[in-house]
Design a protein around this ligand. Structure first.
Ligand code: HGY
Ligand code: MN
Ligand code: MN
Length: 399
């Protein structure tokens, strides 16, 4: 399975992945998903948001409400992303079902493998769009306002990919009693602990905020420095202030995306738009950090004679996973209990947990801890341990 997915959407230059939702590479991943479901006789169900689940219902499995076990992850990637973030969870879910069948295990509950769409928000800007629509955390009205960087509306992108979107409506979670997502670790906690598998305790609150710096376009040569209203300067000082705030509080602030208008070489820009990704230990500290950074930006704008407006584009509140479930899944394994660790990375599991579905995450060790980069990695041995761990977990949940 890993080799089949490997070439899909991979850039020859960087080795990174471009699997943005509803584009050809991501749709090829989706077709692969459907093939793997068919190969295992899983019954495929899709919703109007682009999410899909393949169900394993052993013969005679009673369909009591709230007793289904859902696993899976996402197939879309960030721009120039790694191979594992998302797909490792989906491939491992199919492999775990194969392991359970090899063991002769017959689940007394339905087991589903899910593929959630646009988890990264890398095309339409809202993280976990598919699972947010599925749980109602985002309304269809909000979602249909979303556009990609070329101005293509979400519904047009879905239709262009051959889908018949019906945003918001989803029966995929009906009857789901528990969700468990396996994911490559995006950090070095497991490396430092010498553990191959970890269980998530919480997801830090985090958000994406668009900073619009407006100045005055002018000639790069004839305009004296003291006569300028240069938004690039206000942006630069705000980025440095954000970095300092995060270092002081031991939290996270990143400006990774920027657009300058008109982006000319010999002109002071009229406008600079930059996106801040901020992640903090609590909701309150996230709000505080944003206020600090915006305040420092406004102060600098005052000195530069520019203006700044900040718009929250995607906010994910703190997620505390079900502690009893985490402990139940983490203990009593050959080789010892799995560590229960926090993460600063958002996941569909966070959205389902916030919607009240008992949810757990399994992390697989990433030797470098690097993610959202072509350098993201995981050892095949650890990935295979992850498959066994997911199979054990599904067995505990579905027996
Ligand atoms: O950005 C995140 O936290 C996640 O990887 N989507
Ligand atoms: Mn990611
Ligand atoms: Mn992910």
């Amino acid at each position: 399975m890993w080799q089949d997915l490997g070439p899909v959407g991979r850039a020859a230059s960087s080795g990174g992945y471009f699997r943005q939702p509803f584009d050809s590479a991501e749709r090829e991943c989706h077709a692969w998903f459907l093939q793997e479901c068919a190969a295992r006789g899983l019954e495929v169900e899709a919703d109007g948001n682009g999410n899909t689940v393949g169900w394993w219902r052993a013969p005679g499995v009673a369909e009591q409400p709230g007793n289904a076990v859902l696993t899976g992850s996402h197939l879309d990637s960030v721009l120039d992303g790694g191979a594992y973030d998302g797909p490792l969870g989906v491939v491992s879910s199919f492999a775990a079902i194969d392991v359970l069948r090899d063991r002769g295990f017959v689940p007394s509950r339905p087991i589903g493998v899910g593929a959630f769409v646009e988890e990264e928000g890398s095309r339409f800007g809202l993280a976990c769009l598919g699972s947010r629509l599925m749980t109602g955390a985002t309304t269809p009205e909000q979602a249909q306002e979303l556009r990609d960087r070329n101005g293509v509306p979400l519904l047009d992108a879905m239709a262009a990919a051959g889908l018949e979107p019906s945003l918001g409506s989803s029966a995929l979670l009906n009857g789901v009693g528990v969700f468990v997502e396996l994911h490559v670790e995006q950090g070095r906690d497991l490396v430092d602990r010498g553990a191959a598998i970890g269980v998530a305790s919480e997801i830090w609150p985090h958000g994406r905020f668009r900073f619009d710096f407006t100045g005055e376009a002018n000639h790069a040569g004839t305009t004296r420095m003291e006569d300028r209203h240069d938004p690039m300067l206000t942006y630069a000082m705000t980025a440095l202030a954000a970095n300092k705030q995060a270092r002081l509080s031991g939290e996270r602030a990143t400006f990774g995306r920027i657009e300058a208008v008109p982006n000319g070489t010999n002109a002071v820009p009229s406008r600079v738009t930059a996106w801040l990704d901020a992640r903090c230990a609590t909701d309150a500290s996230l709000e505080r950090m944003l206020a600090e950074i915006e305040g420092l930006g406004q102060e600098r704008a005052g000195r530069d004679g520019t203006s700044l407006s900040v718009t929250a584009e995607s906010v994910s509140r703190a997620v505390g996973f079900d502690a009893d479930l985490a402990r139940r899944l983490a203990v009593d394994h050959t080789g010892g209990d799995w560590p229960i660790i926090a993460t600063q990375a958002g996941h569909d599991a966070g959205v389902l947990s916030a919607a009240g579905i008992p949810t757990a995450m399994l992390f697989v060790r990433n030797p470098t801890g690097i993610s959202h980069s072509p350098a993201e990695s995981a050892e095949i041995a650890d990935c295979l341990v992850g498959v066994e761990a997911l199979a054990d977990t599904l067995e505990r949940l579905a027996e």
